[in-house]
Design a protein around this ligand. Structure first.
Ligand SMILES: [Zn+2]
Length: 265
């Protein structure tokens, strides 16, 4: 049987743990090889240390978190607030996609509270789209591949878009069984405790993750802890009805029928 591979592509060290790690862990349990990539280094995430020191601290923390998750770690390709939708980053990310050959790409919501997240989403979508285009050159150079990939978007921060509108998931993944490991992975980002207190009033980033997870669980009406996802339109990626997340996770993945019905209108 062909190897099944999933990659989480987020903006900053700790974003995967907030929005995606429970699903990655469930996919791992379902037999997937899982990969972990934050595009930015996290270098701005400190008032105490300079950029270079912060970059190094957060690289160590992110590697430790990936280890907790049992995921293959990929180093970032840029710095905080420097995630632009540009050719250099697109070539670099497309090279990683061609190397990893994912069946599933998990990334940020197309609408989110800050541009690093939305630009990461745009880069991830196009890098996945370009996987088979031989005339698109990656850096480093990697051969194009012929395979399907399905892209899923995580919930935006605090489940709202940049204009404060509530975003509802198209599907819920039950993360209750893996919540403890997800929590442990987030706790590996030790430097963020003090920083998020000051910068964003998250009196504890661990409690914030817990709140979001429980809220999505309540919204699902089925699970205690959950993560929410919206599936990207299939054109250029996979078959119209391809939904490997649902297929792989079975009862641990619940389709939001209200959302599906609204898509038909
Ligand atoms: Zn972030």
């Amino acid at each position: 049987m062909a190897k099944k591979v999933a990659i989480a592509i987020a903006a900053h060290p700790d974003d995967i743990e907030f929005y995606m790690a429970g699903t990655l862990l469930q996919l791992k349990k379902a037999g997937y090889e899982i990969h972990y990539l934050n595009l930015a280094s996290g270098n701005c995430g400190s008032l105490e240390y300079n950029g270079a020191t912060t970059r190094s601290i957060r690289n160590t923390e992110a590697r430790a978190a990936a280890k907790v998750l049992g995921a293959e770690f990929h180093p970032g390709i840029t710095d905080d607030l420097e995630i632009f939708y540009n050719l250099e980053l697109l070539r670099a990310l497309a090279a990683i996609i061609r190397e990893v050959k994912p069946n599933i790409v998990l990334t940020h919501s197309p609408q989110d509270y800050m541009e690093d997240h939305t630009n990461t989403c745009r880069l991830a979508v196009t890098a996945a789209f370009a996987r088979g285009m031989t005339n698109f050159k990656t850096v480093p150079s990697k051969p194009a591949g012929d395979y399907d990939v399905t892209v899923y978007h995580a919930m935006p921060h605090s489940l709202r878009d940049g204009l404060r509108k509530r975003v509802v998931p198209g599907m819920f993944v039950n993360t209750s069984q893996v919540h403890k490991i997800k929590h442990e992975a987030l706790a590996a980002h030790k430097s963020q405790r003090a920083w998020l207190d000051v910068s964003q009033g998250l009196n504890s980033y661990l409690l914030k993750m817990e709140d979001i997870s429980l809220e999505l669980g309540r919204m699902s009406k089925s699970f205690k802890h959950a993560e929410g996802w919206r599936r990207h339109l299939h054109f250029g990626f996979c078959a119209a009805d391809a939904d490997p997340l649902k297929e792989s996770l079975g009862k641990n993945c619940l389709i939001n029928e209200t959302y599906e019905r609204e898509l038909e209108n």
